[in-house]
Design a protein around this ligand. Structure first.
Ligand code: SF4
Length: 361
């Protein structure tokens, strides 16, 4: 960025902040669901510059933070089988399971490889036909469609030693759970541009219609998020409630039909556990019976997984529900830091505790 561009964007931010200040005549409570929004708001110090009347809460938008210790425990159990290679993103290595992390298991000899894309997993499976390659699949709608594409590709290529431990979730189900639990005031949502990129802006409409909640579908630049806040305050003032698409360069109204086809072909919907919420009905993408040979839980159906134990005193669950923040946790920045994370919220790249540790202290 040139010096002029920096000055221009700061002027634009200040102009948006001034407009927000003028528009926010009474207190408003907005929830930023996607973890990327928290990074933007903290990293660019926008949170401190917002008017006092605008309250931002953070919701269940960090995929790794929403995977309970039982997810890591299953991976640890699979890794003990001699014929298993775990292929994982680095973001998962240090997340605590009930007794250890994948990193610790790797140091102790488990075959755990770090990948940078799901296509690396298929390559690994092709090269290691005598092994089972297990891929822990986390994330929301967009990530679920990438995993579905990989499963279909594996089927076509006859790569049947590729197994997915599937924990993909529907972001809109998490948003709905926040409203139903009603623990935190939410007048409107800054909704995920990432999800809208594949599913389209209209995907969010039913939530606005059913709960009369405004949404602004936003990109992740500081000006994008401020504009989303301004639009939400305006909708609230006007008593309107729709899902406004402000991320039109990337997200269309209808979304990507290929993503819908992939999701429909490979998954059905099922009940899934969300850290802090418990089981949310029909909130998860479940691999269909037709593709059961790629479903790690079906392939390793005989594994005994001990009851999961959550990290002692970790408030990650309450943080995911938006009712606590990292500052409420007595471990924050003391015994819990990015290099000694007690919970996923501190280890994960976009985990709320990590973001607060890096940008919010
Ligand atoms: S600071 Fe650590 S222990 Fe506390 S809630 Fe965050 S991840 Fe959990």
């Amino acid at each position: 960025m040139t010096e002029k561009e920096i000055v221009d964007s700061d002027e634009r931010r200040q102009a948006l902040l001034t407009e927000i200040e003028k528009a926010a005549t009474s207190p408003v409570h907005l929830m930023a669901v996607c973890s990327g929004f928290k990074v933007t708001l903290q990293k660019y110090h926008l949170i401190q510059r917002l008017p006092e009347k605008v309250h931002i809460h953070y919701g269940p938008g960090c995929p790794a933070c929403l995977a309970s210790p039982s997810f890591i425990d299953k991976l640890l159990a699979y890794s003990k089988r001699g014929n298993v290679i775990l292929a994982v993103y680095a973001d998962l290595l240090g997340i605590p399971g009930s007794v250890s992390t994948l990193e610790e298991a790797r140091t102790a000899g488990a075959d755990i490889r770090v990948i940078t894309s799901i296509w690396d997993v298929l390559l690994l499976a092709k090269k290691n036909r005598r092994k089972r390659i297990v891929f822990p699949a986390l994330g929301f709608e967009s990530a679920a469609s990438s995993t579905a594409a990989a499963i279909l590709q594996a089927k076509v290529a006859g790569i049947f030693n590729f197994q997915v431990l599937c924990n993909h979730k529907r972001m809109v189900s998490g948003m709905e759970a926040v409203l139903q639990q009603n623990e935190v005031p939410v007048d409107g949502f800054i909704s995920s541009g990432r999800v809208a990129a594949s599913m389209g802006a209209n995907y969010f409409l039913p939530l606005s219609d059913d709960y009369h909640k405004p949404q602004a579908i936003s990109g992740y630049e500081p000006e994008d998020v401020l504009e989303a806040i301004l639009h939400l305050v305006t909708q609230i003032n006007n008593h309107t409630a729709t899902a406004e698409n402000l991320f039109t360069t990337v997200a269309s109204a209808e979304g990507n039909s290929k993503s819908y086809d992939l999701l429909e072909e490979v998954y059905g919907l099922g009940n899934t556990e969300w850290t802090g919420f418990g089981i949310i009905e029909n909130s998860g993408f479940k691999i269909k019976e037709t593709y059961r040979m790629f479903d790690a839980e079906k392939v390793f159906f005989d594994m005994e997984i001990p009851e999961p134990v959550s990290p002692d005193g970790c408030l990650c669950g309450a943080i995911m529900r938006g009712v606590k923040s990292s500052k409420d946790c007595p471990h924050f920045a003391k015994e819990c830091t990015p290099i000694s994370a007690k919970g996923a919220c501190m280890y994960s790249e976009e985990g709320p505790c990590r973001v607060d540790f890096l940008f919010g202290r």
